[in-house]
Design a protein around this ligand. Structure first.
Ligand code: IDP
Ligand code: MG
Length: 146
């Protein structure tokens, strides 16, 4: 199973990239694709198409295209639910301590991270950021212990 994870612009400009990736590595998930990139408007609109028309849509697009992001494909058993749990609630003020948003965000405008919310979403989102050949195959050395 695969999921798309984005470290949003606040995660990059606040220098939390390494800290966030470490959490996924420590958990036992596998990063199989990764890039630092500036998201263009058209790709941002595709990625957030489901939110078109909502009051926060324009500010969300401005935010996600404002500065570089780190895009990743993460692989592992139940990775979609696990990543969502590790992210915490959408609003950092309500997210539990111990989660990424709970530990690093105080609100809903800047919440550091995106993770696909279902297999269907992951299948829609991943090709917006990665070509098939950019998603790599390798084994973690500790694979038998995960
Ligand atoms: P999620 O990222 O936890 O899945 P969604 O409801 O899918 O949350 O919203 C997508 C993103 O849109 C959020 O992560 C956040 O950046 C932004 N967003 C959602 N609701 C609001 C809001 O009420 N005000 C401002 N931004 C919002
Ligand atoms: Mg969502």
């Amino acid at each position: 199973m695969r999921t798309l994870v984005l470290i949003k612009p606040d995660g990059v400009v606040r220098s939390r990239v390494g800290a966030i990736i470490s959490r996924f590595e420590d958990k036992g998930l596998k990063v199989v694709a990764m890039k630092l990139m500036k998201l263009d408007r058209a790709s941002a609109e595709r990625h957030y198409a489901v939110h078109k028309g909502k009051p926060f849509y324009d500010s969300l697009l401005n935010y996600i295209t404002s500065n570089p992001i780190v895009a990743m494909v993460i692989e592992g058993n139940n990775c979609i639910d696990i990543v969502r749990k590790m992210m915490g609630a959408t609003n950092g003020a309500k997210a539990e301590p111990g989660t990424i948003r709970g530990d690093y965000s105080v609100g809903i405008d800047f919440n550091l991270i995106h993770g696909s919310d279902s297999e269907e979403s992951a299948k829609y989102e991943i090709p917006i950021f990665f070509e098939d050949r950019e998603i790599l195959t390798y084994e973690r050395a500790d694979r038998d212990w995960l």
